[in-house]
Write a protein that binds this ligand. Structure first.
Ligand SMILES: CCCCCCCCCCCCCCCC(=O)SCCNC(=O)CCNC(=O)[C@H](O)C(C)(C)COP(=O)(O)OP(=O)(O)OC[C@H]1O[C@@H](n2cnc3c(N)ncnc32)[C@H](O)[C@@H]1OP(=O)(O)O
Length: 160
């Protein structure tokens, strides 16, 4: 198991899922284990939907972040989420550790499709497939509306 750099995008990145400084975010950190990325996270009461159960949209956010980090940690690229297909098999309990795992199902230089599994106590709560668009620097700058910071440029694909 190898810990991944928790902040490869520098001090000002604002991500809800992985910014270490986000006031209400998940503050996720990841490790690489073989051909998977792995995270562990215990949802607090601020993430409830029904009492004692994590809000389904936030469970999906957690899956999105695990998949995004599979692209970062396994492909050394950044992908913009283009499609999310998930099934919530069981309620995600507040106060119980979640293990999140992501692996590459298929990829090209332009897209990556990631398998994600979120479990509590070894039992699957969410499984899904998410597809990410990997953009070149010019396309990423158009999407983000400005120049990429230096630290971000290596995560875009070569332009063709
Ligand atoms: C370098 C930057 C660093 C940034 C460093 C940020 C630091 C901070 C840390 C953040 C950590 C994580 C954060 C979580 C990840 C988000 O949350 S990303 C934000 C949420 N996602 C979005 O806002 C994306 C919204 N959608 C879009 O902007 C556009 O639809 C997309 C996804 C860019 C695609 O645009 P497009 O014009 O269709 O692009 P195009 O070049 O034509 O297509 C690219 C490829 O994607 C495929 N594709 C497009 N849509 C789909 C789809 N729905 N399903 C399947 N395939 C699709 C196309 O078929 C094409 O594939 P090929 O035919 O070339 O093989």
């Amino acid at each position: 198991m190898t810990d991944l750099d928790p902040n490869p995008f520098g001090p000002d990145q604002p991500c809800f899922g992985c910014s270490p400084d986000h006031p209400i975010g998940f503050h996720l950190r990841f490790a690489r284990e073989g051909d998977e990325v792995v995270t562990r996270f215990t949802p607090g009461p601020q993430y409830q939907g029904p009492p004692g159960i994590m809000h389904g949209g936030l469970v999906t956010t957690l899956a999105d972040e695990v998949a995004a980090w599979a692209v970062i940690g396994l492909l050394d690229r950044f992908g913009f989420t283009a499609s999310i297909q998930v099934r919530l098999h069981r309620p995600m309990r507040i106060g119980v550790e979640v293990e999140g795992r992501g692996s590459i199902l298929r990829h090209s230089s332009r897209t990556a499709t990631i398998a994600v599994r979120l479990s509590q106590g070894g039992v699957d709560a969410l499984t899904g497939e998410l597809t990410f668009a990997i953009l070149d620097q010019a396309a990423a700058e158009r999407l983000l509306g400005g120049p990429l910071p230096e630290a971000w440029r290596r995560f875009s694909r070569a332009s063709t």
